[in-house]
Design a protein around this ligand. Structure first.
Ligand code: IMP
Length: 431
């Protein structure tokens, strides 16, 4: 009954899509537990790029895919995604894709509220993806959000959509950003979506438990990353779901007793989209920024949902240690080692200065106060691409490339079992 959890160890975009796709080959079910269409999980197959926003990354391995009860689902985005994949010949039938009856539904007015709240924050804007994620989770917490099971009763669902849209319109007026979305129009549209989606809505926590008890492997796929977690992340610049491993069981409705392994994915440097502190951010050195962003290349550092260029920075070991602790990582996967090739030196933040103290182990409140932390760097020797050997018949890390990986695993105290060295599914080195 193995349940393997894959979690982002930084600010999202660590390359989880590729890693989940890889591990999905040996899984029976891939289940996403949090977030919504704010995510963009990228998988490259034979030089072709596939991006999923709501669907789990196990889709391309032909596995059963579950959208868990902890997710917030935009029906329009879901229908577009399945129709786009259907055109590409991917099986998107309701035998293979299930939406948890407990997942929450995103309305157009959630997106309008997301935009309005961002405008109201002014200089303190979070830089959200404007997918309505925060307002949808807020409604869930308030107990007034709509759940997927309600779509099984389309005409009642219509009146509930109408009621909630009207409440949202009043809030938008109060915020000073009136919205011209007609509640009746939305309600009619959502009644149609309910008819289209009803076949996908399932009792997924029961299904997952049955599969686990039958000895099948479930891969739990996290969206975003630990540092964007609503509790433990760089508040208030976070997403509004819980992104850490412990939340996988809540979001999927299965017992924590089923978890057998927790894998954290981290880039060999850091990236961040949206606002918020990033002490190791590289500013001013345009050549280096371009290099780390892989501008114009496959794997370019651009938000998969918003197209925004990602901020780039050096690897931060203290925050990786924090992620290892909070998630209790069993294994680490490092991605994009190849991107650092060719640099003479690679900086790594080994500790922080905060209120006169040198800290390598961060307290729980560090993320919320990260803007006041000053990074202390070490220069590690760089390597060239010859030190990364990744042929179909032979894979090896040599010299400083190997040393980089070893130093990271020593500092974090978690073994690095896999290193990704290119965009393609096969460009990986198992250790
Ligand atoms: P929201 O999730 O759209 O509310 O955005 C909140 C913050 O999380 C913003 O800084 C976003 O840029 C960031 N964010 C949300 N989803 C992702 C993701 O999938 N990758 C990276 N950052 C994300």
């Amino acid at each position: 009954m193995p349940m393997i959890v894959i979690v982002g160890a930084q600010w999202g975009d660590e390359g989880k899509g590729k890693i989940v796709d890889l591990y999905a080959a040996n899984a029976d079910v891939v289940a996403r537990w949090n977030g919504g269409a704010n995510a963009g999980h990228t998988v490259w197959l034979n030089d072709k790029k596939y991006v999923t926003h709501l669907l789990p990354s196990g889709l391309l391995q032909g596995k059963v895919c579950v959208l868990g009860g902890g997710m917030v689902i935009d029906p329009e985005k879901f229908l577009k995604e399945i129709s786009d994949f259907a055109v590409q010949g991917v099986d998107v039938s309701s035998d293979r894709i299930m939406i948890s009856a407990s997942a929450h539904i995103v309305l157009p007015t959630h997106k309008a509220l997301d935009e309005a709240l961002e405008k109201a924050r002014g200089k303190g804007a979070i830089g959200t993806t404007k997918q309505g994620i925060g307002p949808a989770y807020a409604d869930k917490k308030k107990g007034r959000g709509l759940q997927a099971w309600q779509m099984l009763f389309p005409s009642e669902f219509r009146s509930q959509v109408l009621q909630l849209s009207r409440a949202h319109n009043l809030e938008l007026n109060r915020l000073g950003f009136p919205c011209n979305l007609d509640a009746h129009y939305t309600a009619d549209k959502y009644q149609k979506y309910a008819n289209q989606l009803a076949g996908y809505v399932q009792d997924t926590s029961r299904y997952l438990r049955q599969r686990l008890e039958a000895g099948k492997t479930v891969l739990a796929e996290g969206a975003q990353g630990t540092l964007l977690d609503v509790n433990y992340g760089t508040r208030p610049y976070v997403t509004h779901s819980s992104t850490i491993a412990g939340s996988a069981t809540i979001g999927l409705g299965v017992s924590p007793k089923f978890i057998t392994k927790i894998i954290g994915v981290a880039k060999c440097f850091q990236t961040r989209v949206g606002e918020g502190p990033m002490p190791t951010e590289i500013l001013g050195d345009e050549k280096l920024i371009k290099h780390l962003r892989s501008e114009g290349l496959p794997g370019e550092e651009k938000g998969a949902t918003t197209g925004r260029p990602r901020r780039v920075g050096w690897l931060c070991l203290p925050s990786l240690c924090l992620a290892a602790r909070i998630n209790d990582l069993d294994e680490l996967v490092l991605t994009k080692l190849d991107v650092l090739s060719g640099l003479e030196n690679v900086k790594v933040c080994e500790s922080y200065k905060y209120q006169g103290q040198e800290l390598a182990n961060l307290p729980d409140d560090a993320m919320a106060n990260l803007k006041d932390y000053t990074p202390h760097y070490q220069d590690w020797l760089g390597w060239n691409e010859k030190e990364i050997v990744c042929r179909p018949d032979y894979q090896e890390l040599r010299g400083q490339a190997l040393s980089y990986v070893q130093k990271v695993e020593r500092a974090v105290g978690v073994p690095v079992k896999l290193v990704s060295v290119g965009t393609d599914r096969n460009q990986v080195i198992f250790r």
